[in-house]
Unconditional design. Sequence first.
Length: 343
Amino acid sequence: MFTRPVVVLQAAGNRHIGVGHLSRTATLAQALLKTSYWHRVLVIWEAPPELVEHFAPKGCEVLGVEDRETALDWRSLLAPPGTYAVLITDLMDLEDKDFQAARDEGYRLLVHLNDSASGRFSADMIVDEDSSKSTADLPASFEKAALIGSPYRVIRESVRDLRPEQPWQDDRLRCILVTLGGADPANLTLNFLQRLRPLLDEADLEVTAIAGPAFHPNHRYHLQNLAQKEPRIRLLNAPSSLAELIVEHDLTITLGGITSYEVMCLGRPCGAIAWENMAPYVEPLAALDLLENLGAVEQAADTLRSRLMDPARLSALASKGWQTIDGQGGDRIVQQILQRVQS
């Protein structure tokens, strides 16, 4: 019998659903390891090998598998009788039966990390990091633990290490970072850059564009061609430190996901393109003045021109984001889990 609990984190990521779930569970795994409390911290990822290698947290056991069935086979072996096992899921569209299956496997505390599907309310603890959410958004019948809002936003340690003492403030916009997710299946990066080109010479702007680790090879190829033709555009392939690039640029353009919150934590202004399933996240953040909603990709460059060339507006966005996201969310989640395990 183990004297200390085991934690299993389960997530999935690929070119189609993105890589945010991998990044978030990697960060939380590192926060768990820092406590030195657990007998074992293990991550199960349904993801291609190159993504597993890219996001694997240091010092943590990582199992990369091809599909959900294999992940569940492994998971069922990690909560033997006599073990206090915690399961943290960051999977989409889970149902009540999925959480019951985990309980049947022997997991005693179930924590769920995203806002996908009503089945998540079967977990013992739910985490919704969205800054626009509060406990008022929970069903009236929900009586379990809920960690809701900005205080629980998980931010990578490499980002926290670069958090400045003060947010961005300057006399004008000079350089823009464009990072539209680890996968960008709709090829929005190329579309946006092509529409942004006329503004670069006009406003004397430099742009760095990121091709994430799960970009389609054809998308990467066309981005490289554009960067070769346009001297004001620099293309970087899956850089090791996105945080360093964020602090080197005056403005970062995102899709309103995890990177947006990293930009806020680093005290930089953020603009977001509203695209399909990400649009519902962009709009409420813009309503809170945490970022600028640039609208659909077809209008995003024009919105940037009209709304984000003003340094006062950029400074206000940077200040609000910096005050809202302090980078301590992962540690707060871990402390709440520890309290439940030790009670």
